[in-house]
Design a protein around this ligand. Structure first.
Ligand SMILES: [Zn+2]
Ligand SMILES: [Zn+2]
Length: 265
């Protein structure tokens, strides 16, 4: 929270995006402290064994409390609505979904089980809410991922998607030892991945990977010329603090603009 406020002073252009992140963090904090452990055996050998058939974490193992979910969905939706990050029609759809105690669990399970977006439980209107689901489910997902990562380094995993929840990475960190750790956009789990391979399409032809750094050298962007997708990274070799994905993804919005200008998505 302090880093976000600091960033707001340094980069007033990003104020609206930063304010939204601060509000989302405040909403998530109200629930975070009372989220319990996931109902999975937290045993290193058992968890490492599950790496042969990921994802490790199944939807029914998430420590979900439905009253909290409805609060998180509504509060996330209204914060995003206020910052014009959600259409009025989508917001109304979200409110209706929160009142439907049969459909809500099915939709969230569909979202969790189909990270690439093709869920049979979701029509187009519901799929438009996936950014809300991502934020609202974060307290349950990150709590579960922390508990699992305390027992396994996930070093037996070499894939490009999250071994815990099957989500895509949405940030990375370059460690002082020059390894690249990918960070899941859903549960924030981290795992080591080859520095110059695209995690989205496995392209490892270095001539087809474009990489450039931000002006201050603090961040790096890897873009793939095969699938046109890109990933941003925090360079911990040049940093005075550890990576903070929530802060760093907002701080690097200008890098996103540069990547999109070059035709990446
Ligand atoms: Zn994940
Ligand atoms: Zn690619």
């Amino acid at each position: 929270m302090a880093e976000l406020r600091h960033l707001r002073q340094e980069q007033p252009d990003l104020a609206s995006a930063i304010d939204l992140q601060i509000e989302l963090l405040q909403v998530q904090r109200r629930v975070q402290s009372r989220v319990s452990l996931p109902s999975i055996r937290l045993d290193s050998d058992y968890l490492n064994g599950l790496l042969s058939a990921p994802p490790i974490l199944k939807f029914e193992q998430l420590p979900i409390e439905w009253g909290d979910v409805r609060f998180l969905l509504r509060a996330t939706g209204s914060a995003m609505r206020q910052h014009e990050a959600l259409d009025p029609a989508d917001f109304r759809h979200l409110e209706a979904l929160c009142l439907d105690s049969t459909r809500l669990p099915a939709v969230l399970r569909g979202w969790y089980d189909a990270p690439k977006g093709e869920s049979p439980a979701m029509d187009d209107e519901t799929a438009a809410l996936s950014a809300v689901f991502l934020q609202a489910m974060r307290p349950f997902l990150t709590r579960s991922a922390e508990a699992i990562m305390a027992k396994t380094s996930l070093s037996g995993w070499a894939g490009g998607t999250c071994p815990l929840c099957a989500g895509d990475p949405d940030f990375a960190v370059i460690t002082p030892a020059a390894d690249r750790l990918l960070i899941c956009g859903r549960c924030a789990a981290r795992w080591r991945f080859d520095q110059l391979t695209c995690p989205f399409c496995s392209n490892s032809d270095r001539s087809q990977i474009t990489s450039f750094a931000s002006r201050d050298g603090q961040y790096r962007l890897y873009a793939c010329d095969v699938c046109q997708r890109y990933l941003k990274a925090f360079d911990a070799r040049r940093a005075s603090r550890p990576v903070m994905p929530v802060v760093d993804s907002v701080a690097t919005l200008p890098l996103d603009a540069a990547a999109m200008q070059r035709g990446y998505k």
